[in-house]
Design a protein around this ligand. Structure first.
Ligand SMILES: Nc1ncnc2c1ncn2[C@@H]1O[C@H](COP(=O)(O)OP(=O)(O)OP(=O)(O)O)[C@@H](O)[C@H]1O
Length: 715
């Protein structure tokens, strides 16, 4: 029988520093260790004077040594792989302990921790400054309750500078690091609620193999017992989230007992909602009874494709085959086709608007086609209203105010338009969705046992009706993730009004794993002073939203002309490339397709490869990805530029003119546009650029105030 091998998260970090041939040698070594531990190639050596007697080293290449801990007759934990001297230094000082507060198994580098503590305590700036300590609001008992190593406390009491804190936390295990960085601007109670309370059953076991099975440790260690699993876990490139979910994420995706009904998870950008949704789909698929199917759905094509890829990478083909990954629009068509109906290819939003324009021009109506489409989509079709009376009496949350006479006119034009569409054998997605919801409601056997929804904030009422109807009301029936701050299509929904009751089963994720603190701060500034809902009629807030890594300050700059702006942006792209960012890890988000074309043309003139991204080309290799801010939703890149953020473009002049002086309509327009800017601004993992020509859009002014360098003048 082979060995049980425990892979520490640390090892993955060490592997990312190695080139591919060295990584392959590490994988070969680990497979030998797992399969034939006594083979001649694997020599495990105890070292002199270890702090932890279980420590062993092993040769991987002439230069590289693995550092392991022998945890029992047939169990080894692999901590890291380092160059020879570093490996021995690490091996001498590492010690494996159980955190009494959290139950986490922690590999502590005691000497490094002591050195950092000494440095901080002795740092000259501590003595000359009269600033209060950074963590003055935390008392010793808090540290104990939050599982912070007691050796750090003297340094934590005195440090005044966040840079010192970053130094201090660098050698710590991930959970302690998260706790300490979170304490900078949160109370100990909030940090406890966010990071420690979600650790289910933090029963501290003295026995490390037993402790490794608890959720908190599954976040930092992967236990493997066969070579295939080992190979898969070390496949490259490796996404850390595949294996090391944060306890607050893991407890959502892999709950200890079934949920008694629908679950709602909210959280700001990059908090891992998609990752949790995909893990949830995997966990449901693995537990599925024969014949049960799972639906994993979202709003747009690009995202659905990305979800399918994540699912397969995480769960493999067996899981992928049990889960239908489709947009909710496609689901609607599929249901009708399965019911034997003929469905013409539906018009998309833009085509529907064009058809309405033509119809309005032919009938001589003076109503604005955009308004007509909004009334049709957001009220008549969304609420599935089939009579004029029901339309005139309908509740109109977040819609433009219209007089009774105007609404009568709207109904008449739209009744005519609906007939015209039917005569021409055309339909739209909301119509197909309503028909599908009605059809599937009548089915005794539902097509799915579980439904998982990503980007829930952008689903329409009609889509919720359909989603509720495709799955029976039962345990674990629906799992929804979303964020109203990122609602870019203005669909305000109260889930409980549509038979989706999540009360008592809602959770919020708060740590962004994507953005830097600087970018998160900018994102929050964009939304400051505005209110957001929690998808179920309550309020949501990003008060506890935070990022843990640092990065460059966003570049926020205005130019006199579009040509000057795109010239400067091209220089920035070259600067990113020069520091090693690949072209396909750079995205440019703009407000319109026309500006997207102008960006690619300007880049082409300067020899920078760039492609306007569609769902089919979203992974275009070797080129900067240029797209509208809508398409950036759900995606992420190392560097993101949002360009053309000028007054009159964001929001577009034509839309401002169309809403006229109705203050409510103006507010909704600005809310939607703000959400788009917010979504775009929170896509980068490392660097953000925001620019405009002429005057800046009022929506980016908070960024201008926060980041603009004094020598950059607005044009
Ligand atoms: N536990 C984790 N450890 C490391 N990385 C993680 C973890 N969870 C998520 N990530 C990474 O953080 C990034 C954001 O995750 P994800 O896309 O799931 O967030 P999201 O909340 O859906 O974001 P958005 O709302 O902005 O679309 C991804 O790169 C993901 O791989």
């Amino acid at each position: 029988m082979g060995m049980t091998i425990v892979l520490a998260e640390n090892l993955h970090r060490a592997l990312s520093d190695l080139d591919s041939s060295a990584r392959k040698r590490v994988v070969d070594f680990l497979i030998k260790l797992q399969v034939e531990p006594h083979a001649s190639g694997v020599r495990l050596k105890a070292i002199k004077n270890p702090r932890d007697r279980r420590v062993r080293t092993a040769r991987v290449t002439d230069d590289l040594r693995a550092v392991l801990l022998h945890l029992g007759d047939s169990m080894y934990m692999v901590q890291t792989v380092l160059p020879h001297d570093d490996a021995y230094r690490y091996a001498e000082q590492v010690t494996l302990t159980l955190n009494p507060a959290t139950g986490a198994v922690e590999a502590l580098e005691t000497a490094r921790i002591s050195d950092r503590v000494e440095q901080v305590v002795a740092a000259p700036r501590q003595r000359v400054t009269d600033q209060p300590p950074l963590l003055a609001h935390v008392v010793d008992r808090d540290y104990q309750r939050l599982g912070v190593n007691e050796e750090l406390v003297p340094a934590l009491r005195t440090l005044v500078d966040e840079a010192d804190l970053l130094e201090l936390v660098e050698p710590l295990p991930p959970l302690q690091r998260d706790v300490l960085l979170s304490l900078v601007d949160r109370s100990p109670e909030q940090v406890y609620a966010d990071l420690i309370a979600p650790i289910e059953a933090p029963t501290v076991s003295d026995d490390i193999p037993t402790a490794l099975a608890s959720p908190v440790n599954q976040a930092a260690y992967l236990v493997v017992t066969d070579a295939a699993e080992l190979k898969d876990a070390l496949a490259w490139p490796m996404d850390r989230w595949r294996t090391y979910l944060h306890p607050s994420q893991r407890s959502l995706a892999y709950p200890l007992k079934p949920y008694s009904g629908p679950v709602r998870v909210t959280g700001g950008p990059g908090t891992g909602k998609t990752v949790v949704a995909v893990h949830r789909a995997v966990s449901l698929a693995r537990a599925a009874e024969p014949g049960e199917r799972i639906l994993l759905t979202t709003y747009g094509n690009t995202l659905a494709r990305a979800l399918g890829e994540l699912l397969e990478r995480l769960g493999g083909k067996v899981v992928r085959d049990l889960v239908d990954v489709v947009t909710t629009d496609k689901l609607a068509r599929r249901v009708l086709v399965d019911a034997g109906r003929t469905v013409p290819s539906p018009l998309n939003d833009a085509d529907c608007l064009a058809a309405l324009r033509g119809f309005v021009a032919r009938t001589g109506s003076e109503l604005d086609p955009q308004l007509l489409r909004d009334e049709w989509y957001r009220i008549i079709l969304d609420l599935d209203l089939t009579s004029k009376e029901s339309y005139l009496a309908a509740h109109r949350p977040r819609m433009r105010r219209l007089s009774l006479r105007q609404r009568e006119q709207v109904w008449e034009v739209l009744a005519g338009f609906t007939e015209w569409l039917a005569e021409h054998r055309q339909t739209t997605f909301p119509q197909v969705t309503n028909e599908a919801a009605a059809v599937v409601s009548g089915w005794e056997t539902k097509p799915y046992r579980h439904v998982v929804v990503d980007e829930a904030q952008d689903m329409t009422v009609g889509q919720w009706r359909l989603l509720r109807a495709v799955v029976p009301e039962a345990t674990d029936d629906m799992f929804l993730v979303g964020d109203a701050h990122q609602r870019i299509y203005g669909r305000y929904v109260v889930l409980s009004h549509h038979g989706i009751h999540t009360r008592g089963r809602s959770r919020r994720l708060t740590i962004s794993y994507r953005t830097t603190r600087e970018i998160a701060r900018g994102g929050l500034a964009l939304l400051k002073g505005h209110h957001y809902d929690d998808l179920d009629g309550g309020d949501d807030t990003l008060d506890s939203y935070r990022a843990l890594t640092r990065g460059p300050v966003p570049i926020v700059a205005g130019y006199p002309t579009l040509a000057a702006e795109l010239g400067a942006l091209a220089e920035q792209v070259v600067a990113w490339r020069d520091v090693g960012v690949t072209m396909a890890d750079i995205a440019v988000g703009v407000r319109t397709h026309q500006i997207a074309e102008q960006v690619t043309a300007a880049f082409a003139d300067r020899g920078i490869p760039a492609a306007v991204v569609t769902p089919e080309t979203y992974d275009a290799q070797g080129a900067v990805h240029v797209m509208t801010v809508y398409r950036l939703k759900g995606l992420e890149y190392r560097c993101v530029a949002i360009a053309g953020m000028s007054e009159g473009v964001v929001p577009p002049k034509s839309m401002i003119a169309a809403v006229g002086d109705d203050p409510q309509a103006q507010r909704y327009l600005h809310d939607e546009e703000r959400a788009r800017v917010f979504v775009a601004a929170t896509r980068p993992r490392e660097a953000l650029w925001v620019s405009w020509h002429g005057q800046p859009s009022p929506l980016v002014l908070p960024l201008v105030m926060m980041f603009k360098t004094p020598n950059q003048e607005c044009a």
